[in-house]
Design a protein around this ligand. Sequence first.
Ligand SMILES: Nc1nc2c(c(=O)[nH]1)N[C@H]1C(S)=C(S)[C@@H](COP(=O)(O)OP(=O)(O)OC[C@H]3O[C@@H](n4cnc5c(N)ncnc54)[C@H](O)[C@@H]3O)O[C@H]1N2
Ligand code: MOO
Length: 422
Amino acid sequence: MTQPPLDPQPSCCDDYDPHALGVEEALARIDAVVAPVAGCERVALRAALGRVLAADVIAPADVPAHANSAMDGYAVRAADLPAGGSVSLRVVGTALAGAAWDGTLGAGEAVRIMTGGVLPAGADCVVMQEAALRDGEEVRIGSGHRAGQNIRLAGEDLPRGATVLAAGRRLAPADLGVLASLGLAEVTVRRRLRVAFFSTGDELRSIGEALDAGCVYDSNRYSLHGLLTRLGVELIDMGVVRDDAAALRTAFREAAACADAVISSGGVSVGEADFVKEILGALGHIDFWKIAMKPGRPLAFGRIGDAVFFGLPGNPVSVVVTFYQFVQPALRRMMGQSATAPVRVRVPLLAAVKKRPGRVEFQRGVLERAADGSLGVRPTGEQGSGILSSISRADCFIVLPTACAGGAPGDLVDVEPFEGLC
Ligand SMILES: Nc1nc2c(c(=O)[nH]1)N[C@H]1C(S)=C(S)[C@@H](COP(=O)(O)OP(=O)(O)OC[C@H]3O[C@@H](n4cnc5c(N)ncnc54)[C@H](O)[C@@H]3O)O[C@H]1N2
Ligand code: MOO
């Protein structure tokens, strides 16, 4: 009997696959499918950290509300100050932060003022106290001052009516402060995204179970727990599902019924227990399942009902890399967050990297600063997609393009600092 021809196995077979999508194309295909979820809620300011604004925030008033002093010193009229030599002014009052001086400054007068004190009417200059010599009711001031100095203008931080934070903004700690400075007690944010996730594989054991021969502890669910928690979504942890078509089908159905997005890990390759693509195809729709990248070539993307589905590869590093490169931007878009391009910097390699042409590689590295202040990147060593410690030790991806055939110390490479992995 004649055997079918085998795929040739040239030395680069592991790295080139004509059926795999380019990284950019895969991102574009995902972007074309996902959309922000409907629904929003009002939340108290403290609870808004990490949430995505559903509407622009417009400043209801000027911040600061009044012109005030940026220094402890004396509020004066610039016209009273000399071009050379010095002048003595009469101190007629004191303005503290929160306790204004109500009068109007006349010619030859000064008001003692503290940082944050409201600028008295008539004053247009603040002289810091180190540049003034107090003597009883008088203060002596020299030359070199100008109108407007050391004054914070009303509305110079946030003018009334300005868009302070735009819809789509994921609220960071300083944003809470900005909203508080406007006196806003609540904001309108998108509802939380619901994300269901599970691990697949008969070899997986949960923490607390005995590790039978040939088995491994399920680490992927913990990496995903961390990544999803940082993203601020509602987690639906569905545990470990065995490599059994019926059990997997049930898990997929249940996950898709309760979540906006479903993430599985494992079972997406070509092995005998790799059921994920088949089930996704039967219950929903597969958009693609192979990407020309390493790690993370087998990644199934599609839909089941209203939920988007990511079938991540089982290898622990591949899970984190594919989450970071594909799942996170998609979930952010679903959360209503405005798109932001990942930050990449070009720096020299501090040690050699091995790579074969054919796929984009996301190797793991640590950014180092040399004595002269310049940055370089040191690969974390062994880069196998089962070496999970390579990513926990790293603080950046070294992004090596498809055609790259390795690199030597000093070669320039693109580096993507992690956000949220370390
Ligand atoms: N003949 C081929 N074999 C493989 C290919 C290929 O193209 N042809 N691709 C390889 C690549 S690349 C990857 S990545 C893996 C992905 O395969 P699966 O998604 O089917 O993953 P599994 O086989 O289920 O597991 C792979 C590996 O990872 C371990 N694993 C899985 N889940 C977990 C977990 N939750 N926690 C810890 N470790 C986990 C699992 O035990 C395996 O060692 O396929 C290659 N093979
Ligand atoms: O492409 Mo796989 O994710 O390297 O092990």
